[in-house]
Design a protein around this ligand. Structure first.
Ligand SMILES: [Zn+2]
Ligand SMILES: [Zn+2]
Length: 393
């Protein structure tokens, strides 16, 4: 197995050779006249508008000095992305897509229906009616849509761990939307909030703090897995946590046309089945595997990052939360299960941090960087990694 990140040693390249994308020092921890000039309307505005990343800093300085250096780095990443919006003032609040009850009903349907259809698929597999083409259609949907979530929604749009052209940003957002995990701005808002309050009051989906003993643990895990979906925060938080995306016309377009892309994500496997098999029946089987089963698996792998990866697994880096690396989930989660690595260094484009840590999303970013499709890929210096490493890790 390969890690996406090529091995580097601290002395193998000078900072100049490594490029400016390696974050070595928390620049916002020191007051810099140059930075406050550059960031005029950025840092102060973010303190107000992206509190998830900024209000935490003073508290972190006192409570968790080890983590403090990450907060400014994350803030800086959001700052870069948010600055034009702050200046132009084009960000607008986004209205709630559906009334709360309807929203909950749709969430229930999207959560339960694939489970029922999974039963049909299992029955089909059991009866040896599963064809090779259906497995191909499943994989052909799972990988690109999964990458839409991991590379697009998460590493690009939430953490700004690399830069790319608008069309590729739009494509990743569309692919991620096909996962039907909510509109892109909702997803990013929830996830930025998760990083801001990880495993503390305010975290939308922590498995901790739900009582003692086995009962409390199970209650916490269930809440972190799917329970939180039914108690999502109101959308006024979009302006606080995702102001940069509200000012991005491409992302706003994909966000507002969420239903179109969701349905397209179901139409494609149906059409693939129809094309390959030549019958409506083959199309429906394609829809079952490339639509329902793919959706079910991707949903629960994503939810497992929220639940299992804050409960089971190994901790290598000192973080102020309970994030963990869960190796067996890494292949299916396309690298997202190196979750302790991620919480330690949220802006890193690579979650696998050792050669043996398979990070498919990181490999994709690396390949895109090689062909010049993405740039400013954020890497973490060996020095910063060593500073945060736990003795037991
Ligand atoms: Zn987490
Ligand atoms: Zn994250």
């Amino acid at each position: 197995m390969l890690s996406a990140e090529p091995p580097r040693s601290a002395d193998s390249a000078t900072p100049e050779q490594q490029g400016s994308n390696i974050i070595t020092e928390p620049s916002l921890t020191k007051s810099s006249p140059a930075r406050s000039r550059e960031g005029a309307g950025c840092a102060p505005a973010l303190a107000e508008d992206a509190p998830g990343h900024f209000e935490e800093a003073p508290a972190l300085a006192e409570d968790a000095p080890g983590h403090f250096e990450e907060a400014p780095a994350l803030a800086e990443a959001v700052c870069e992305a948010a600055a034009p919006a702050m200046r132009s003032g084009t960000a607008r609040d986004h209205e709630q897509a559906f009334p709360p009850l309807l929203d909950q009903a749709i969430t229930a349907l999207i959560t339960v229906l694939p489970l029922l259809l999974l039963g049909v698929a299992a029955w089909q597999a059991w009866n040896r009616e599963l064809r090779f083409e259906d497995v191909v259609i499943f994989a052909a949907m799972y990988v690109p849509v999964g990458l839409g979530v991991t590379v697009g929604f998460h590493r690009l749009l939430t953490h700004r761990s690399f830069e790319t052209r608008p069309w590729l940003r739009g494509l990743f957002a569309i692919l991620g939307t096909m996962a039907i995990e909510g509109p892109v701005i909702e997803w990013v808002t929830t996830h930025r909030k998760h990083h801001a309050f990880s495993d503390r009051p305010g975290d939308p989906h922590s498995p901790h703090g739900r009582g003692d003993g086995v009962k409390g643990a199970l209650r916490g895990l269930l809440h972190a897995h799917v329970g939180w979906l039914f108690a999502r925060g109101d959308r006024s938080e979009h302006a606080r946590y995702a102001r940069d995306l509200l000012a991005d016309p491409i992302i706003m377009f994909v966000n507002d046309t969420f239903v179109v892309w969701s349905l397209l994500g179901l139409a494609i496997p149906f059409l693939l089945g129809l094309l390959i098999g030549g019958t409506v029946d083959a199309g429906l089987t394609g829809l079952l595997w490339g639509g329902a089963v793919r959706m079910f698996l991707l949903h629960h792998v994503t939810y497992s990052i929220n639940s299992l990866c804050h409960y089971f697994g190994r901790r290598r880096y000192a973080t102020r939360d309970q994030s963990r690396n869960l190796a067996w989930l890494a292949p299916l989660s396309l690298g997202e299960a190196w979750h302790n690595n991620h919480h330690a260094f949220p802006t890193s484009a690579f979650h696998g941090m050792r050669r043996a840590e398979l990070d498919i999303s990181g490999l994709v970013i690396l390949a895109l960087e090689r062909v010049g499709a993405v740039w400013d890929v954020k890497r973490i210096s060996d020095d910063r990694r060593a500073k945060k490493a736990l003795a037991s890790g």
